[in-house]
Structures are given as structure tokens and as C-alpha cells.
Design a protein around this ligand. Structure first.
Ligand code: FEO
Length: 170
């Protein structure tokens, strides 16, 4: 059985993951409209992954005798002025999600909830990967600069990232 504190913290995280899915979806839609097929493919897939992160929490809370709450979400407010701005926001968002996960881990320890502590380790690993992915993408954007040909290759590259899952960090 989850403590009230643990349950409420996990429910907060359900919202964070759902909002992450919306952020990636908003970015996917923007990229699709702008004709960046590769980036759109990558973002749609990331959005689906974030939904899976949310669902995993929903199932866990309910399985532990709690009640997973599905709440209203914040509308993604994104700055689309450049690729760099867009992906910087994505990176910062993932860093914030990692901080949320760390707080959850802290709570699980203070509540002596070792099952939840164990459950959360999957999210700890996932966040390492997601932050690294965002950093690799930002490095690529820095390399390209304003080069139009580079931009085309970058978009193409992003399609392959999607096809190979997290195999982007090479
Ligand atoms: Fe599930 Fe990228 O946070």
C-alpha cells in the first residue's frame, strides 16, 4: 500500500509525463507542418514513449492499492524561432523531469517504500538516456550552424534516430 505522500508524489509525476508527451507532440506537429519529416518522426515517437512512461506510473499506482489521478494538463508553450531554441527547451525539460524523478526517489526513501524505490530505478536510467539524447542533438545543431545542406542532413539523421530507438548516442 502506498503512503498518502508517496501516492500524491507519483500522481504529480503522472501529470509531468503526460505533459512531456504533449510537448513532444506539439514539436512533432510543428516539424510536420514545416516539412521536417525526420524531426517529426522522432518527436511523434518520443511523444508515444512519454505516454508509455505515464501509463507505467498509472498501472503502478493502481497496482499498489492507490488511485492514479488523471488531471488537466498545461498547454505546451514553446518557442519555435530556431532548431536550437526548440531543442534547448527539450533538453531543459528533460533536466527538469530528472529533478522530479530524483525528488520521487528521495520521497520513496524517506517513506521507507523500497518497492517504489525499486520501481523508480527504471525512470532514473531512462532520464540519463533522454538527457544524453537531447545533448547529442544540441551538439549536432551547433555543428551545423546555419548551413542549409547540414540542416537537410540533420533532418534525415533524426529519422534514423527514430528508427533505431535510443541508438542515437554513438
Ligand atoms: Fe519521461 Fe522524458 O520524461
Amino acid at each position: 500500500m502506498l503512503s498518502e505522500i508517496m501516492q500524491s508524489a507519483l500522481n504529480e509525476q503522472i501529470k509531468v509525463e503526460a505533459e512531456s508527451s504533449q510537448i513532444y507532440l506539439a514539436m512533432a506537429s510543428w516539424a510536420e507542418v514545416k516539412g521536417f519529416e525526420g524531426i517529426a518522426t522522432f518527436m511523434f515517437k518520443q511523444s508515444d514513449e512519454e505516454r508509455q512512461h505515464m501509463l507505467k506510473l498509472v498501472k503502478y499506482v493502481n497496482q499498489r492499492g492507490g488511485h492514479a489521478v488523471i488531471s488537466a494538463l498545461e498547454e505546451p508553450r514553446l518557442d519555435y524561432t530556431s532548431f536550437k531554441t526548440l531543442f534547448t527547451q527539450l533538453y531543459r525539460h528533460e533536466v527538469r523531469v530528472s529533478e522530479c524523478i530524483n525528488i520521487l526517489v528521495d520521497i520513496s526513501l524517506s517513506e521507507k517504500d523500497y518497492a517504489t524505490h525499486n520501481f523508480l530505478q527504471w525512470y532514473v536510467s531512462e532520464q540519463i538516456e533522454e538527457e544524453a539524447t537531447a545533448r547529442v542533438i544540441l551538439d549536432k545543431i551547433d555543428l551545423i550552424g546555419d548551413d542549409k545542406g547540414g540542416l537537410y542532413l540533420f533532418d534525415n539523421d533524426m529519422k534514423n534516430f527514430s528508427a533505431t530507438g535510443h541508438n542515437i548516442v554513438q
